[in-house]
Write a new protein. Structure first.
Length: 414
């Protein structure tokens, strides 16, 4: 009968059921109500299997986490067989379950080696969770720990990111946690990682776009001074660029949706610089093109042989309009740091298209509306001036787009 009970337990556990052994004993009135006296000579009644299935979205969330370079480690109070069955069901590649008793007999080196393998932890004590977090942090990893009970509090506090359950979590767990998960859903953690990556990307796009545009302005003004030319941009025009035209499109980059490959990248290292070499090179190259393109437009119109009182305002207006159109073409280069436009979709960020239309429209108004002409010291431009400006501006986008296509092709082949 004992063998039959054990076989029933193994069958239930391998099916992912949590098992309870039920028994009874009739005790005399005179017995001392002490565990040592009461909990013996118990008659086994049977084994009960309780199903506590994972949410349907968890396997996909685990898969996404693994693709994103996030290692997921299960630490549970369930029996080892049950834990292994659940791990298999949710997509964890667990080949071994380490129990709390085994853990107590392992030194830190052995535990460190075991964690690197495909293992889960079952029947563990609170101090075991704390020790596992500590070992992972010694490896230089950023550790997020989930928990709901009072016993989880030390590990939640020790982890780099403590995540408490909002529905069934205790007040103690919530009090020490950095994040409270309102729906108690693991998939929400992975969604939060995706959103964090999206915001990080958008901050980088925002900053690098402004740096490349401002680099163009600095180059145009500085080189023109070295050449001894008249003012290429007036102070009020620079103010107009920075407050009106640059700001709107830069802010619109901040709401760019997440790229399709965002959760297929490895995590950033803790000390990774915000601007990598590739980003710095892009800022220098694109900024130089904007600056020298604007400079060429300015000196081209100065050399047309017009009277000086006509040539300088015209050249300044062309340079002023040219640098803004160049920057507006440049903003499309920063909608994605790697993927070409058809991959991310031209209309996936309507706010940017709206900002682009409004800023270009504002510049048209600055050239043709009388009171803006007076305020910004502009003159009307003929159609051929606009065509020349776009001839200079469009290659800025096309060349970068071709490079992204080449880079995307190489990535796909890999």
């Amino acid at each position: 009968m004992k063998k039959q009970f054990e076989e029933a337990y193994i069958q239930y556990a391998k099916s992912g059921l949590r098992t309870l052994a039920l028994g009874y004993r009739i005790v005399p009135d005179s017995i001392k109500l002490d565990p040592d006296d009461v909990e013996k000579d118990i008659v086994l009644l049977g084994i009960v299997g309780i199903i506590d299935p994972p949410r349907p979205e968890v396997p996909e969330a685990i898969k996404t986490a693994q693709e994103a370079g996030i290692k997921v480690i299960m630490i549970t109070g369930d029996a080892p067989l049950t834990a292994l069955a659940i791990a298999k069901e949710i997509g964890l590649k667990a080949t071994r379950a380490i129990t709390g008793n085994e853990l107590a007999g392992m030194d830190d080196d052995a535990l460190q080696k075991a964690i690197k393998e495909d293992v889960i932890f079952a029947r563990v004590a609170p101090q075991d969770k704390l020790r596992i977090v500590d070992i992972l942090q010694k490896e230089g990893l950023i550790v997020a720990m989930t928990g709901d009970g009072v016993n989880d509090a030390p590990a939640l506090k020790k982890a780099d990111v403590g995540i408490a359950m909002g529905l069934r979590g205790t007040d103690v767990a919530k009090g020490v946690a950095d994040i409270i998960l309102l729906d108690d859903n693991f998939a929400s953690i992975i969604k939060a990682v995706k959103e964090g990556r999206r915001q990080y990307d958008n901050i980088k796009k925002f900053v690098t776009y402004l740096l490349s545009s401002n680099t163009g302005e600095v180059i145009a003004i500085f080189v023109n001074i070295l050449l001894g030319g008249p003012l290429i941009l007036l102070p009020v025009q620079i103010l107009w660029m920075n407050l009106v035209t640059d700001g709107m499109t830069a802010v619109a980059l901040g709401v760019e949706p997440a790229e399709a490959s965002i959760m297929k990248r490895p995590p950033q290292t803790v000390n990774a610089p915000f601007l990598q070499l590739r980003g710095i090179i892009m800022i220098i190259l694109l900024g130089s093109y904007i600056g020298f393109g604007t400079l060429w437009l300015f000196h081209h119109y100065l050399s047309l042989g017009l009277p000086q009182n006509e040539a300088i305002p015209l050249a300044q207006t062309v340079a002023f309009t040219g640098i803004i159109i160049l920057e507006k073409m440049n903003v499309f280069n920063y909608r994605s740091l790697h993927a070409p436009m058809p991959v991310i979709g031209l209309f996936s960020n309507p706010w940017l298209l709206l900002a682009w239309t409004l800023t270009v429209g504002a510049q048209v108004a600055a050239v043709y509306v009388p009171f803006l002409q007076n305020a910004l010291h502009t003159v009307p431009l003929q159609l051929k001036a606009w065509l020349l400006i776009f001839e200079i501006a469009v290659p800025l986008y096309i060349v970068v787009e071709l490079y992204k296509w080449f880079e995307w092709w190489i990535l796909k082949r890999r």
